[in-house]
Design a protein. Structure first.
Length: 257
């Protein structure tokens, strides 16, 4: 059975989100985890920004979906998400992805647009080069020992304790995620109908502002704000980041709330 087949036959929508969504939310932000981890990476984020609900995407093959097969490719993942998330796209929404998490977020939004389905108010790309400049990830050239050290650092950064067995499990997941990242690339830019905000973290050595500029070819409304902090500071949901994320849902001037 191929990863694509597994994804289509798999889980109901609720498995794709870390928590059941609130039906009284005025809007939703779907957050995509990056390579090697699951939706719990957003545990330090608030559940809401005002009436806007934070919805962490949960990928197969990790955490509470550990027994499921890996998603395979970003294309297969987008196919499954475009179908499974559709019932929750019944109100304004946005996608957020940091580093490699931005790539399946982009592909899912693109597929929704291609099928004439609801599209995000805005795609938020954090610390990730454009699809035609991929693959671009320092993890791709790391040894297992180096990847293990990164996972240990991330565990501590998220407030956890390093447990060797869990680190080895995370390493196996990370290898599969990196395999998906390694084969992903669009040959040329494509214009999409949703606006894009490309976030650069001021103290992030992993990607430069110039390297992010490739996103300018993907639409008429592409913005490049700078947020203070380093590569992993998004994990703490700093206030400037939350302000950017809530901006698409703010009442427009000259309209009534």
């Amino acid at each position: 059975m191929t990863p694509e087949t597994t994804l289509h036959d798999a889980a109901p929508m609720t498995r794709w989100l870390l928590r059941l969504p609130d039906q009284d939310a005025t809007a939703r932000i779907f957050c995509f985890p990056y390579s090697g981890v699951g939706g719990s990476m957003f545990n330090q984020w608030p559940r809401r920004i005002g009436g806007i609900e934070i919805c962490a995407i949960q990928l197969p093959g990790r955490e509470n979906r550990l027994r499921e097969g890996h998603y395979g490719t970003y294309a297969a993942l987008a196919e499954a998400l475009a179908e499974s998330l559709l019932p929750q796209l019944d109100r304004p929404f946005a996608f957020f992805g940091h580093c490699a998490g931005a790539l399946p977020a982009f592909e899912t939004a693109r597929l929704l647009a291609e099928r004439g389905l609801p599209i995000p108010q805005r795609l938020f790309v954090s610390a990730q080069v454009a699809p035609h400049d991929c693959p671009h990830d320092r993890f791709l050239d790391m040894s297992d020992d180096e990847l293990r050290a990164e996972l240990e650092f991330l565990t501590v950064t998220r407030g956890g304790q390093v447990q060797p067995q869990l680190i080895e499990l995370g390493l196996a997941i990370l290898r599969e995620d990196l395999a998906a990242n390694r084969v992903y690339r669009r040959p040329t830019p494509i214009e999409v109908p949703f606006p894009i905000t490309v976030l650069h973290w001021s103290d992030d050595p992993e990607v430069t502002p110039d390297e992010l500029r490739g996103w300018q070819h993907y639409g008429a409304d592409v913005r490049f704000p700078v947020v203070a902090g380093g590569h992993y500071d998004f994990l703490g949901a700093p206030e400037p980041l939350l302000r950017h994320l809530s901006e698409p849902f703010a009442p427009q001037r000259g309209t009534c709330e």
